[in-house]
Design a protein around this ligand. Structure first.
Ligand SMILES: Cc1cc2nc3c(=O)[nH]c(=O)nc-3n(C[C@H](O)[C@H](O)[C@H](O)COP(=O)(O)OP(=O)(O)OC[C@H]3O[C@@H](n4cnc5c(N)ncnc54)[C@H](O)[C@@H]3O)c2cc1C
Length: 410
């Protein structure tokens, strides 16, 4: 218990010096973001700089020479990247998701080999779960992994995958079918990006996160050896839940970065805008609005920090991560939409970046499970928790006596 409390308290402060990361965000991400967004350009140079700074290798274990960041470390990084460019933050998160499936579930020799490979040369990961017929509902996975001597043959298609066009490494989910055509369950596999039979579709043209790459992957009897299986046979849902919920915590932090940027821009703008003889920041209605928005962003940040601390204490933070993403995404949408409005006409024209933030915020509400799905996940946890504690279903004896006394008095 004391150790858990220590982890929770430590999560409120960054364990690493963020000065260098902030300089990178200010010097590289912010100046490039507007043009890359206009051109829907995946910036190879920025991505390479992410790798050079170790940001694509944050999970490599210390024993192999990596930094082995905790989830609490990662939320700080995700927030800073989100502040500079949600698109670049998406590249970071897509890479992390793919890599985390490997690092958490690969056998030891594969883990070591791929970790060292990641440190020695540029690698970019994708995490391929979604298909046309299955987003929120993984059990409908139509991509198959047919058992063949020595491994599996993967056939199918994955859609809307971050980093898909450029990924050198993939974590892919497929439904295993044995030699007799019988199902053996959804399973996760590591697939090198240069595997024969793997084809990349065009990048999709998106409303937001335009600086990130999102594309389709086609698998035509791609051979995967048995030792590239990530996790147990049929344990794909477990791998998915683990990786995705860790990642949702980081999306919560990205949403805080996007919201904070919008608030910084809007306050700067309002300070310079005089209406009715004074700066707009001196108008009472605007002061109240800014106070409320700042409070909501702070609350979103605390949810992300808490979810991270729960992961780092060794528990599965599904409820906390879902709350962080749900509230963070909704807050980012609300804050950025308000920011556009507070910019007036300038908010609506592309010359001012604030409209990009609004488009970027929307993606957070959809990817890794839309808000309605997060609500279902939260309800699935909180209702049984309440039921178990019986508080809302049964009055305890003291309550019952109090009510009885009130009745008598009446
Ligand atoms: C920019 C971008 C990047 C992405 N990157 C990746 C990636 O790297 N890897 C990957 O695998 N996928 C990726 N995705 C896919 C993304 O995770 C899915 O789009 C998302 O999970 C939603 O799935 P869906 O599109 O099939 O929506 P659906 O599941 O069809 O949902 C549609 C709507 O129905 C609602 N809904 C669904 N189920 C229920 C229910 N039971 N009850 C009530 N309402 C429900 C949802 O809330 C939503 O509003 C990406 C998508 C985008 C846009």
């Amino acid at each position: 218990m004391a150790e858990k409390r220590r982890v929770m308290a430590a999560a409120l402060e960054p364990s690493q010096d963020l000065t260098d990361l902030r300089s990178f965000v200010q010097a590289v991400l912010i100046p490039r973001a507007a043009q890359n967004d206009r051109d829907a350009r995946f910036d190879h140079d920025t991505t390479r700089q992410l790798w050079e700074r170790g940001l694509l290798n944050v999970l490599v274990p210390k024993e192999f020479g990596g930094t082995e960041c905790s989830v609490s470390d990662l939320v700080w990084i995700a927030r800073e990247l989100g502040y500079g460019s949600a698109g670049v933050a998406a590249t970071f998160i897509g890479n992390l998701l793919g890599f985390s499936a490997m690092i958490l579930y690969a056998n030891s020799p594969l883990r070591e080999k791929l970790s060292r490979q990641n440190l020695n040369g540029f690698q970019l990961w994708s995490f391929a779960m979604t298909e046309k017929g299955c987003g929120s509902d993984l059990e409908k996975t139509a991509t198959t992994a047919r058992r063949v001597p020595g491994g599996y043959e993967i056939t199918g298609e994955k859609n809307f995958i971050t980093n898909a066009t450029h990924a050198t490494q993939l974590s892919v989910f497929a439904a295993v079918v044995n030699e007799n055509g019988e199902p053996e369950g959804i399973t996760c596999f590591y697939i090198p990006g240069d595997s024969p039979g793997l084809r990349r579709g065009d990048a999709v043209d998106k409303m937001g996160w335009r600086e990130s790459n999102t594309g389709h992957l086609h698998f035509d009897r791609v051979f995967v050896p048995e030792y590239h299986r990530l996790g147990d046979l049929g344990a794909g849902l477990k791998v998915l839940t683990h990786c995705l919920n860790r990642s949702k915590t980081l999306l919560g932090a990205v949403s805080v970065g996007v919201s904070t940027r919008a608030l910084d821009m809007v306050v700067e703008r309002l300070l310079q805008t005089n209406r009715y003889g004074r700066a707009l920041t001196d108008q009472s209605a605007i002061r109240h609005l800014l106070a409320r928005l700042h409070t909501e962003v702070e609350a979103a940040w605390l949810l992300a920090l808490r979810a991270a601390a729960v992961w780092d204490s060794g528990d599965f933070a599904v409820k906390e991560a879902s709350m962080a993403k749900l509230f963070g995404g909704n807050t980012a949408s609300k804050v950025t939409s308000q920011a556009v409005e507070l910019f007036g006409a300038r908010g609506f024209i592309n010359e001012y970046e604030v409209s990009r933030l609004m488009r970027d915020a929307k993606a957070i509400e959809i990817v890794e499970g839309p808000s309605l799905v997060q609500e279902l996940l939260i309800a699935k946890k909180v209702i049984p928790e309440k039921k178990a504690s019986k508080k809302i279903y049964q009055l305890d004896e003291a309550d019952a006596r109090r009510i009885d006394v009130k009745k008598k008095v009446a």
